[in-house]
Ligand binder design. Sequence first.
Ligand code: ARG
Length: 271
Amino acid sequence: MLASIPVMACPLLWTLVLLKVFAADCQVLVQPRIVGGYAPSPNSVKYIVSLQTSKGQHFCGGSLVHKYWVLTAAHCNMGVDQMMIVAGDYALGLYEGTEQYFKPHSLIPHPLYNKTTNNADIMLIKLRAPIDQNRYVSLAPLPRQNTGVLPGRVCRVSGWGSTSHSGGEIPPTLHTVKLPIVSTAKCNSSESFSGNITSNMICAGYSTGGKDACKGDSGGPLVCDGRVYGLVSWGNGCGDARFPGVYTAVSRFRRWIDQTIYSSFTRCYKH
Ligand code: ARG
């Protein structure tokens, strides 16, 4: 219902698509990228990074939390030798001159990460070189340990998502969508995730569906009041009214994040 209006508007834009103008606005409706969202202005989400294979294939998002560190989901762990981190990006397939490329020094998935239950789906990546903070690249503020985010509060999730659909040569720019937090009680009900939401997870989405993160947005930031409260973790389809998106509750891991970043033992954890 919500998505049907822009879908109908799309044919009116096809001539513009031929000119490759506004193409990304239409494309988001037919591709499983951030669902039901829009392309924000370039480099307005300065802390987001794209995690890519060494061949340049985007597979996850992440957030810069320190000049040497990226926060992402543990299920984005592809192995230290297969990964590259790109900061300052907007259109993934294009070189825009704002990008900074990094290799990971080490990957630190949370020790309690469980890939069956998705619990503690959080990972820190230490970069081999520090990022250069500028007009296109900056750090994301984090919530304090165990600070909750109330149901109904509207947050924003961003990502590049999947480009597996036939998108042609259209540059897949960053997309973003605003979503309200859903109470854990509702998200855990038998009509929804039936008890699979742990205290380390938060849910976000509309009861009418249509707007959501999706495959390839994983690890990317869900931002409420300027802080990264959630990391795209899992779901059931994308934009389904019954199933909101599930995010790692970053505030539950603030202490672990600080300890990992500031611990002098960090260099001992090589993966
Ligand atoms: N696990 C997916 C990924 O690896 C993210 C799924 C999020 N799904 C959702 N409906 N919010 O990209």
